[in-house]
Ligand binder design. Structure first.
Ligand code: FDP
Length: 413
């Protein structure tokens, strides 16, 4: 449902529409019928009423309404088909919320700006000496790519200047970063992020992404932010999203009211609304898991993977969580990163990978659970870099997987 404002004959009216095309399809047969009836009346001269007025008057009387109606219709379609930029969309949605201060909009807009800067570097990564491992390791022991460092710096820099954020927790930093400037004394939000997810893909020019989540701070606004501001469950998140630096660059986010996707139009340098109210398929036939670890998975996971293979589901694994989840978000399927012998509690980070992705999946109508069948969003969090196993995707596929865990998990216990 869309509400648009149209100015016609100097009067502003609000109109509610399903969607321009549904709307035309619903109304068109009715309009054609009315039009044919009117034509018949105009050209049947024996009707009493017709003898009193001239042909021109009849035409004016009957068709002026239609003329106004068509004018309105074309205006509506033009407005609906107009490009909506991310900034415009954020401002519009914020306006719908009474008492909003606009600080949340500014924060989201700044995330969009940082994403554009990172996108520029990702795109020219092969051209400049920015590729390759810079020698250090991050807080969880992975090799740090130069682009990881760059993306981390840019996001921190942009968010710190925004004045809306009082702290940032990033995959690249062991501790959270309090942001203390004059501008953000009263900042209400903290941001958690993986600035460049799937970094092992950078050197080979395969899609990578950024994941982010936004929380409202819990500590008093006057002082510096505290660890507890970050250690909040996924259910407390106020917004989450990801940026996919792929064949085209997409920013997908939700602030609790459905999921919307924006594609970066390089010609105007703007993220433009391209995927409105994304709803993921209830079922699917893709499964996404690093099958190389098959023998290191628990029995129930191995059985479920066998089941997917038996049903000829298609295996797709890019090794970049954002890209893999993006596929199933649109085409349906399941993404799995179970616990292995190397990662007994799972590998993916709860705070800035699992929670934000689970938030989006649930908002799009899917399900996100751990391989121990807890709802990801309700998992307790004790540390910034805590990890978790994960199974998320189309509702029916996750339900099937759950049945396998219930059946074969019991065998071990
Ligand atoms: P990466 O280590 O390359 O940053 O964030 C962790 C992550 O990528 C996910 O994006 C990805 O799904 C997963 O790890 C890949 O891990 P494996 O190489 O163990 O499959």
């Amino acid at each position: 449902m869309k509400i648009i404002r149209v100015k016609i004959n100097n009067k502003i009216s609000n109109f509610k529409f399903l969607d321009s095309y549904y709307w035309i399809n619903l109304n068109l047969p009715f309009l054609i019928l009315v039009f044919i009836i009117k034509l018949n009346i105009v050209f049947l001269p024996n009707i009493k009423f017709r003898r009193c007025i001239s042909q021109t008057q009849v035409i004016f009387l009957f068709f002026y309404g239609d003329f106004l109606y068509l004018r309105l219709l074309t205006k509506c379609i033009a407005i609906m088909n107009k490009i909506v930029t991310l900034d415009e969309f954020i401002i519009r949605t914020e306006k719908e919320k009474p008492h909003s201060s606009g600080s949340f909009s500014r924060l989201l807009r700044d995330i969009g700006i940082a994403a554009k800067i990172v996108n520029r570097e990702v795109n020219k990564a092969g051209l400049v000496n920015i590729l390759g491992v810079d020698g250090s390791t991050n807080s969880t022991g992975d090799d740090v790519q130069k682009l990881d460092v760059f993306a981390n710096e840019k996001f921190i820099e942009t968010l710190s200047y925004s004045g809306e954020v009082c702290g940032i927790a990033s995959e690249e930093n062991q501790d959270f970063i309090p942001v203390q400037t004059d501008k953000n004394k009263l900042a209400q939000y903290v941001v958690v992020m993986d600035p460049l997810d799937g970094s092992s893909n950078i050197d080979v020019n395969v899609s990578v992404g950024t994941i982010f989540g936004i929380y409202r701070r819990k500590s008093p606004a006057e002082g510096p932010c505290q660890l507890d501001d970050f250690l909040q469950k996924g259910t407390e998140m106020v917004a989450a999203g990801y940026v996919l630096y792929g064949t085209s660059t997409l920013l997908v986010y939700s602030s609790g009211n459905g999921v919307n996707g924006f594609t970066l139009d390089p010609s105007i340098g703007e993220f433009c609304l391209s995927h409105r109210n994304i709803q993921m398929p209830v079922a699917g036939n893709y499964y996404s898991v690093n099958q190389g670890y098959y023998l290191k998975f628990d029995l129930e996971m191995r059985r479920y993977i066998d089941h997917c293979s038996d049903l000829n589901y298609r295996l797709r694994y890019i090794g970049s969580m954002v890209s893999d989840i993006h596929r199933i978000m649109f085409q349906g399927g399941i993404f799995l990163y179970p616990n292995t012998r190397k990662y007994p509690k799972g590998k993916l980070r709860l705070l800035y990978e699992c929670y934000p992705m689970a938030y989006l999946i649930e908002q799009a109508g899917g399900t996100a659970i751990t391989c121990k069948l807890e709802r990801v969003m309700e998992m307790d969090i004790h540390a910034l870099h805590q990890t978790s196993s994960i199974a998320m995707g189309s509702r029916d596929m996750v339900k099937d997987m759950k049945e396998f865990v219930e059946k074969y998990g019991a065998v071990i216990q």
